[in-house]
Write a protein of this length. Structure first.
Length: 78
């Protein structure tokens, strides 16, 4: 798996000020997470480690989705 590009301090600061940017950042993070989970699922090797990682990833994906849906700054058209 390739290295994960962390969110920068500047992006975090902007996300605190700008609800639309926060939504885009959350959605981008969710898309990246789901893509990585799909890659893990496709790997037959190291099934035990993959199952744990997939379970943790799914829990994180659910939390990200909850944050996206609960964000009071989100627009209904986005």
């Amino acid at each position: 798996m390739s290295a994960f590009a962390p969110v920068s301090d500047a992006e975090l600061a902007q996300a605190r000020r700008d609800p639309q940017f926060r939504q885009r950042l959350l959605k981008r993070s969710l898309e990246l997470l789901l893509a990585r989970l799909q890659k893990l699922r496709a790997k037959p090797a190291a099934a035990d480690a993959s199952a744990t990682q997939i379970r943790e990833g799914v829990q994180l994906a659910v939390r990200l989705a909850e944050l996206i849906q609960a964000d009071p700054g989100r627009s209904s058209g986005a």
